[in-house]
Ligand binder design. Structure first.
Ligand code: DX5
Ligand code: ZN
Length: 229
């Protein structure tokens, strides 16, 4: 079980985009730790979503950090734009950047926390040599591109492996690193995901697909707290 505090990051991908300000205010009021912001470019993933303009538009509506998940290729040009638009955390997929170390440094230089995202088929060895430059590891538990997909069970083993890497790194005096999971997180699996080592949980359809986001958030948080004991 992760010793770090647990956090839920509702993904606005499943929110009502015509009422986005209201939707993000509702999740902060419910107790959400982060706003998860999915950026898709119809190149790295086969879907097209939102960019820095939308990040800037929601920024005044919440005080919680905005967790920007870049599913784009190339990555670097968007880093300063999202930092300026009020992002607090910026994560990207390592295979989408030609110079992963440089992109991570650039994110921190722009005042944000930096993280790497691993698709279900992407090996964790991208973490080698980079742990000191990383604030967040995000494991995809679906192939990226769409909300509402089914959780891939082998992610649990990968979470345990990532948790081990983080714990060893911290024991050796390294910086703390959050372990986030994204895709298909629901009330019936969030407990097992926590036990496997995640401390931060993205939930799109589980929160915004519920009768109201407050109810969706509370349902999964209740399950998570039970698993955390
Ligand atoms: C998928 C996105 C996810 C997605 C999660 O590419 O990165 O953040 O919105 O949605 P659910 O929780 O519905 O699987
Ligand atoms: Zn995401």
């Amino acid at each position: 079980m992760a010793t770090a505090p647990i956090r839920i990051a509702p993904s606005i991908l499943s929110a009502d985009f015509a009422r986005l300000g209201e939707e993000v205010r509702a999740i902060e009021a419910a107790g959400a730790a982060l706003v998860h912001f999915d950026v898709m470019d119809n190149h790295y993933v086969p879907n097209l979503t939102i960019g820095p303009l939308v990040c800037e538009a929601i920024r005044p509506h919440v005080t919680i950090p905005i967790d920007v998940h870049l599913m784009v290729e190339p990555v670097d040009a968007l880093v300063p734009l999202f930092a300026k638009a009020g992002a607090n955390i910026i994560t990207f997929h390592p295979e989408a950047s030609k110079h992963v170390d440089r992109t991570l440094s650039m994110i921190r230089e722009h005042g944000c926390k930096a993280g790497l995202v691993f698709n279900p088929g992407t090996p964790l060895h991208y973490l080698d040599h980079l742990m000191d430059k990383i604030d967040m590891i995000l494991l995809m538990s679906v192939n990226p591109g769409f909300g509402g997909q089914k959780f891939i069970p082998s992610t649990l083993d990968k979470l345990r492996a990532a948790r081990l890497r983080i714990d060893r790194h911290v024991e050796a005096g390294g910086n703390p690193i959050w372990l986030e999971v994204d895709g298909g997180v629901k009330a019936d699996n969030i407990g097992a995901i926590a036990v496997a080592g995640a401390d931060t949980f993205v939930a799109g359809s589980a929160v915004f697909g519920a009768p109201d986001p407050d109810k969706g958030y509370r349902t999964i948080m209740r399950q998570l707290q039970q698993a955390a004991g």
